[in-house]
Design a protein around this ligand. Structure first.
Ligand SMILES: [Zn+2]
Length: 453
């Protein structure tokens, strides 16, 4: 897998058009129905039922353990999927602060590509902005951005969505050759060896905190459906489980059940601390055989499940690395300058810990204290960002290590704080051209109980 590299070309697409186009249309209509329940203001002209529905419906209660016959009767007569759609389960399963495997996005000029556009409800051939996105697991994807974006905005959305795609697991990106990016408030799509993104809808997903959750759903279509959605083991798990996880999965068992089940599986198996006990129990009781099937796939879940070797170990202080709170938290920063000409990607600069006093005289002192540090990037003395980590473990209601960051910059900025005890990574990303702002986070590291390494 590490050696896989993909490039999308328009010439390969036509053989699969007839079925893939139908899939995209079906998927779009279904997702639109689900989204209307989350955004009641979004009116679907085709919809007959305009009543807003809360997307998460709770089960009425657990089945009693009295006997199999009663349980089967209850399942067939009363039980309903516990959720309408699973991308809304919990916005914290994967967040924008989680690490991304994206390495870089490199402009690759203009080129003619054929991509699906839900506004036209058709494949369209356009001269698009091209970018090569590379990920640290060896995968790569071509980002194809509709020319309706200007060059500058195209570069920004290419970076934003490539970074988000980098936050979903390797196993789900394996068959993603291309990201298709258009404007518009239209449902995302998967399959076609691509991910379809409409940025108007993407902004709504970001507001709701479910951009990564949605990409996980769509990328499951792209990378796992072909091998598993109709596999005998999966069909047997469907038959053995008490219920579908969502109404959407129940409505399209062949097409949506795997994509609807993957995120709940990821949540209960790898993010149990981020979801409620009730949610975890509901998922485990509803689709236990599907969960076991997914366990058996041994999926590569980098960067959600970190490689234990990467970044592990104690904090080692150097000119770019601060070690706060008795050396427990490793803090680094990285900034990208504004390029000349402005359409270029700019150059990366590691943040350097600001020192005060006369360099080289032995009298200068670091800005690093036990709780905070300042970094410059482009010029000594020109501080860009300030980071502090506080021990809030004794504060009732906010028992956590807190991360606060301030910046005097509108350059693209990435700050990483790593808890060397739990090896959790907390990342702050601020895009180019936007005044730096990171909200104070008093839940940054819920690792007060982590044992010392
Ligand atoms: Zn789907």
């Amino acid at each position: 897998m590490a050696s896989s590299r993909f490039r999308s070309t328009a010439t390969r697409v036509p053989a699969s058009w007839p079925t893939t186009q139908r899939d995209s249309e079906d998927s779009g209509n279904s997702h639109r129905a689900v989204e209307r329940s989350l955004h009641p203001d979004a009116r679907d002209p085709d919809a007959e039922d305009e009543a807003p529905r809360w997307p998460i419906r709770r089960r009425l209660g657990p089945l009693s353990g009295c006997c199999l016959a009663a349980a089967l009767f209850a399942a067939s007569a009363d039980a309903a999927p516990p959720f309408s759609g699973t991308i809304f389960l919990d916005p914290d399963i994967v967040t924008a602060a989680d690490p991304s495997s994206l390495v870089e996005v490199t402009p690759a000029g203009l080129g003619e590509r054929t991509l699906f556009d839900r506004r036209a409800d058709a494949f369209v051939t356009l001269e698009v902005f091209l970018f090569d996105a590379t990920f640290d697991d060896g995968l790569a994807a071509e980002v194809q951005v509709n020319p309706e974006f200007g060059a500058q905005t195209a570069a920004e959305v290419a970076l934003e969505y490539a970074a988000a795609a980098g936050r979903i697991p390797t196993a789900l990106r394996t068959d993603v050759d291309a990201l298709w990016i258009h404007r518009g408030v239209q449902p995302f799509g998967g399959g076609n060896r691509s991910l379809l993104i409409h940025t108007g809808q993407g902004e709504l997903y970001v507001q709701d905190g479910i951009l990564e959750e949605t990409l996980i759903h769509e990328a499951t279509h792209t990378s796992l459906d072909a091998a598993h959605a109709a596999a005998p083991g999966w069909l047997a798990a469907q038959a053995a489980d008490p219920e579908f996880i969502s109404e959407y999965a129940e409505q399209f068992p062949g097409r949506e059940d795997l994509a609807e089940s993957l995120l709940p599986w990821l949540a209960v198996r790898h993010r149990p601390e981020r979801i409620s006990e009730e949610l975890r129990t509901t998922i485990e009781q509803t689709i236990p055989h599907r969960l076991a099937y997914l366990d058996g796939l041994q999926l590569d879940l980098h960067p959600i499940v970190g490689d234990p070797q990467v970044g592990a170990g104690p904090c080692v202080r150097d000119e770019h690395t601060a070690c706060l709170l008795a050396e427990r938290f490793e803090v680094t920063a990285e900034l990208r300058d504004f390029s000349n000409p402005p359409d270029g990607p700019g150059a990366l600069f590691p943040g350097t810990i600001q020192r005060y006093g006369d360099a080289g005289t032995g009298s200068d002192v670091s800005s690093e204290t036990d709780q905070s540090v300042s970094f410059y990037a482009f010029e000594d003395g020109n501080v860009e960002v300030f980071v502090k980590v506080l021990d809030g473990c004794s504060f009732a209601g906010a028992e956590a290590f807190w991360v606060f960051a301030a910046g005097a910059t509108n350059a693209e900025t990435t700050i990483e704080v790593r808890d060397t005890w739990s090896d959790e990574l907390y990342r702050i990303e601020s895009p180019r051209g936007v005044d730096f702002f990171a909200p104070p986070d008093t839940q940054a590291f819920r690792t007060c109980d982590a044992p010392p390494p």
